[in-house]
Design a protein around this ligand. Sequence first.
Ligand SMILES: Nc1ncnc2c1ncn2[C@@H]1O[C@H](COP(=O)(O)OP(=O)(O)OP(=O)(O)O)[C@@H](O)[C@H]1O
Ligand SMILES: [Mg+2]
Length: 227
Amino acid sequence: MLIASLKPRTMGGTTNTGLLAYALARAGHKVTCYDADESLQLAAWQRDVTDFPCQVHVADTPAFAETIYPDMDHSGINLVDAGHAENHPDIVDSILEVADLVIVTVSPTKPDYERLTKPERGTTLAKVIRRSGALRPSGLPPTTYVLLNRCQANSGNPKKYAGLLRDGGKSGKDPKWTVLSTRIPRREKIADAVGAPCDVPERKAPYDALVTELTKLGHLPAVGGTA
Ligand SMILES: Nc1ncnc2c1ncn2[C@@H]1O[C@H](COP(=O)(O)OP(=O)(O)OP(=O)(O)O)[C@@H](O)[C@H]1O
Ligand SMILES: [Mg+2]
């Protein structure tokens, strides 16, 4: 299967991709990562640390569906870190043609909520995902979840923005998102994770919870099995 990690600019997408890969591997899944962001930070992370859990293939191409996807090991979990959709819509479109599941990383703050829902320039991510249905065999966009990252303890923001995302904004007329109940906390050790060793308690627990939730939702293949 292919899980796509998407986000508007600088939300914590690469952090979430790498640490989700680490949690999936520790849960016994066969994992392979793909770096489809031209900044290649995920690939550099794998190069620079010894406990990164899997191979990271460079895959920042708008021909992702045609040239990268067919060669994947489809019996395992493939995880692709997409660059921000504003600057790389062609790559994101190609990933969405073939992704089984999309996780959109969003920080629960006003500017980040607005960057997702009302960007000053470009197409909203909701529309990019919705229109991908036209290129998929099912005719439907991939199942998509929002994962809230950088959630401050004792702040009302995670609850507030989760509600706004679920309800389609204050008016109820904006796109409605399904928000995972797992929340990645705002932590220095997570802020420093990209390019650093994975085996740190703060870098494990929230992502283990994410794997548990995705498993309960029925989105992950059986460990050691096929999708
Ligand atoms: N849980 C967290 N707590 C605190 N800071 C975080 C957390 N997750 C990410 N960050 C910080 O957020 C910033 C963006 O993280 P990251 O590079 O993973 O995002 P990105 O969406 O991949 O960005 P880009 O658009 O550059 O690819 C970094 O400065 C990182 O330190
Ligand atoms: Mg990134």
